[in-house]
Each structure stands twice: as C-alpha cells, then as structure tokens.
Design a binder for this molecule. Sequence first.
Ligand code: NAG
Ligand code: NAG
Length: 152
Amino acid sequence: MELLIYALASLALRAYAEPVSPAEVKLYFEENLSQGSEAYLPEDSGYAEKIIPRWNSLGPPKYVVAVKPATAVDVLQVIEYASNQSIPFLGTGGGHGYTITTSGVANAVDIDLGLFTSVTVDALKNTLTIGGAVTFGEILDPLYEAGKEIRS
Ligand SMILES: *[C@@H]1O[C@H](CO)[C@@H](O)[C@H](O)[C@H]1NC(C)=O
Ligand SMILES: *[C@@H]1O[C@H](CO)[C@@H](O)[C@H](O)[C@H]1NC(C)=O
C-alpha cells in the first residue's frame, strides 16, 4: 500500500513537472495571442523568412519556438506564459545586439518584435517613441521632418 501511494505520488509529480513541448508552446501562442501574431518552430517553412535573423552568429541563443506578438498585451502574455512554464526567453529587435552570454540561452522562446516598427516624434515634448524592432537608420527621416536631430 505504501509503495503504491509512493508510486502514485511520484507519477503525479512527474506529470505536473512535465515540460510543455515546443509544439504545445506554439499552439498556445496561436490560440491565445491576438490576431496578427505569429508563431513558428525552427523547422517550419516560414521561420527563416519571417523571423529576424541574428546578425552575430558567435555563441547564438538556441530557440525552440519563435513568436511575433502583434500587441504589447501579447508581449506581456508571452512573458507570463514562458515564466509560468519555466521556459527561458529573449527579445529580438534589430537582431544586432552583442553580448557574450547569449550562448547560455537554450531551449528558449525568441520574442521577435518585428511587428513593432512605429516611430513617433513629439516635437513639442522633445520625445521619440519607437517600436522594439526599429533600427537606427529608420529614425533619421522622421526626426529630420520634425526639425530634430540626434547624435549617432
Ligand atoms: C489558451 O489559453 C487557455 C486559457 O489559459 C488555455 O486553457 C488553453 O489551453 C490555451 N490553448 C492552448 C492551445 O494551450
Ligand atoms: C500564469 O500563472 C498564474 C498563476 O497560476 C495564472 O494566474 C496566469 O493565468 C498564468 N498566465 C499565463 C499567461 O499562463
């Protein structure tokens, strides 16, 4: 009897701790993020075309799922879900970020911010608000048109 209880308890524990598969993570994103969001496994046909590649291939992070959230609320939900499931994640903007620690990121979710491309200049408040995937070259024209400039 004791053995049976022990066996059942360890089974239950194992079931509880079972990590979700990349396919399940992708499905969660497809079903639960807002319309316009996209999710890919690295072997999916759209992956190479739709997901921002990493410019520096030295010690790259290893992703099992890439997600392109459509709204800021989607980004929050991705982070909350990944945290709940103990899945590491990293955001990708332009793809040029440099650090020597990315090789420590494995079995992770790539939060591709490629749908966040807005550039807004408020000339009166002297502020520039940009989406997570905006690169430096994309802010120069809007700034110039607003009569502003920025140091490089
Ligand atoms: C979508 O979210 C709901 C609520 O959290 C959850 O019950 C459902 O399983 C999710 N869909 C998938 C495919 O995981
Ligand atoms: C994360 O876990 C909390 C606590 O169990 C739950 O309330 C919340 O709905 C979960 N969020 C997601 C996005 O899975």
